[in-house]
Ligand binder design. Structure first.
Ligand SMILES: Cc1cc2nc3c(=O)[nH]c(=O)nc-3n(C[C@H](O)[C@H](O)[C@H](O)COP(=O)(O)OP(=O)(O)OC[C@H]3O[C@@H](n4cnc5c(N)ncnc54)[C@H](O)[C@@H]3O)c2cc1C
Length: 377
């Protein structure tokens, strides 16, 4: 009879959701094994902006979760010596309807001392990159932080394995689960608890559960510049009016409807491709630029040059950089459950699916993982 391996907690997937659950479980005293089908995780987590973005989360449980995640990012990034820049963010408003939303947002959040509405002169003091001509105002928020996903998702497994009882099994696909058994290639494993953090792979494990859930996929196109010359730094991450239509934190502003109607009439291509435009910078001085959102279970494998052109065109209306020379383009795909901020299911006792953190996995995973480990173990 072939040998059966055992682990206290099995995690499927070494993206940010899997890594966060592994960390939360060891902090509670459990021994963990992480199974990742690829030789290194190459899913949504390594392909993103690296923006830890609490200001995009509605006040309350989600904002608190984002702030807790940020604390954990700082703690782990310091220990693992990972790039992290708590430089905050600026959302720039050039149209009256954009400023109306920011003013309404400020009224809802008047007790939040982490944010402020700035005028053009104040913006110029915080950012070399923001275009201040015709700028009506900007939402400054100090809670946003940038990490480098290429560095963090690659290095975190080694850091975790060296410092905690976590073992990584790379190049090992979990083909089937029937609690307490996991079939991992031709190996048999058992686990006391199993967390399935398989990201956009909703076809391999529990496909029926996913099929019933209304989950879908979202494809995003991204770009990266060459390092900026002479160690030029972006400072706060930048975005502008289109971002108001994207994040849930602005949804309760009534003035948002007028802005959305104007965008629909003036620039329908932004809505057609789900474009809103943001810029962050990594420790190498490269700018990470994006993005678009295309929805559907079978994302188009090919990228559209016109989407990148739309992004660059809009970007240059609100931001100026020493160099916009593009070094790389790519796309990423994440899972999303429309109307929800995550998908959690227990298809059989002690097997927990954690998925569909949508565009906020870097922002919310560490906090969510702590909540899940206390709730399910
Ligand atoms: C372009 C882009 C930009 C984004 N920008 C941001 C941002 O700035 N801030 C933010 O907060 N969020 C951002 N997001 C969202 C964030 O990246 C995702 O929410 C997050 O990465 C999802 O993490 P995950 O672990 O669920 O998925 P993944 O990173 O895709 O990881 C899932 C892993 O599971 C593995 N796997 C799947 N099935 C199996 C199996 N059966 N056996 C073994 N292994 C398996 C896969 O190989 C994969 O490595 C962005 C996403 C994209 C695509």
């Amino acid at each position: 009879m072939s040998q059966i391996n055992h682990t206290e907690v099995a995690i499927v997937g070494a993206g940010i959701v899997g890594l966060a659950h592994a960390l939360a479980a060891v902090k509670r005293g459990y021994k963990v094994t992480v199974f990742e089908r690829n030789l290194a995780a190459v899913g949504a987590s390594i392909r993103n902006f690296g923006m830890v973005w609490p200001i995009g989360q509605p006040t309350g449980k989600l904002r608190d979760r984002a702030i807790r995640s940020r604390e954990i990012w700082i703690e782990i990034a310091e220990k693992a010596e990972l790039y992290h820049d708590p430089s905050g963010s600026l959302l720039l408003a050039y149209r009256q309807d954009e400023l109306d939303v920011l003013e309404e947002f400020m009224a809802f959040n008047k007790n939040n001392s982490e944010i402020a509405l700035l005028n053009a002169d104040e913006v110029a003091k915080k950012s070399n990159a923001a275009v201040t001509e015709s700028l009506l105002g900007a939402l400054w928020s100090r809670t946003e932080m940038t990490v480098d996903p290429r560095e963090a998702i690659q290095k975190l497994p080694t850091f975790l394995a060296n410092n905690y009882p976590i073992k990584f099994q790379f190049g090992k696909t979990v083909n089937a689960i029937s609690y307490p058994n996991l079939q991992v290639g031709n190996e048999s494993w058992t686990a006391d608890r199993i967390f399935v953090c398989s990201g956009a792979d909703i076809e391999t494990l529990y496909p029926d559960v996913y099929a019933e859930s209304n989950i879908t996929k979202v494809k995003l196109q991204m770009m990266r510049t060459k390092p900026q010359p002479e160690k030029w730094r972006l400072g706060p991450s930048l975005c502008a009016g289109l971002t108001l239509t994207h994040y849930g934190s602005f949804n309760n502003c009534q003035s948002l409807d007028a802005l959305k109607r104007r965008v629909e009439i003036e620039t329908p291509h932004f809505l057609e491709w789900g474009i809103h435009v943001m810029a962050s910078q990594n420790g190498l001085g490269e700018l990470i630029l994006g993005d678009s959102h295309e929805y559907g279970l079978n994302p188009e494998p090919f990228d559209r040059a016109e989407i990148n052109d739309y992004v660059l065109d809009y970007l240059q209306k609100f931001a100026k950089f020493p160099s916009i020379a593009i070094a790389e383009t790519w796309h990423g795909v994440y899972a999303k459950l429309p109307g929800k901020t995550e998908f959690i299911a227990e298809p059989e006792p002690n097997v927990i699916l954690v998925n569909a953190l949508s565009g906020a996995g870097m922002t919310l995973s560490f906090g969510l993982a702590e909540e899940n480990i206390s709730a399910f173990i």
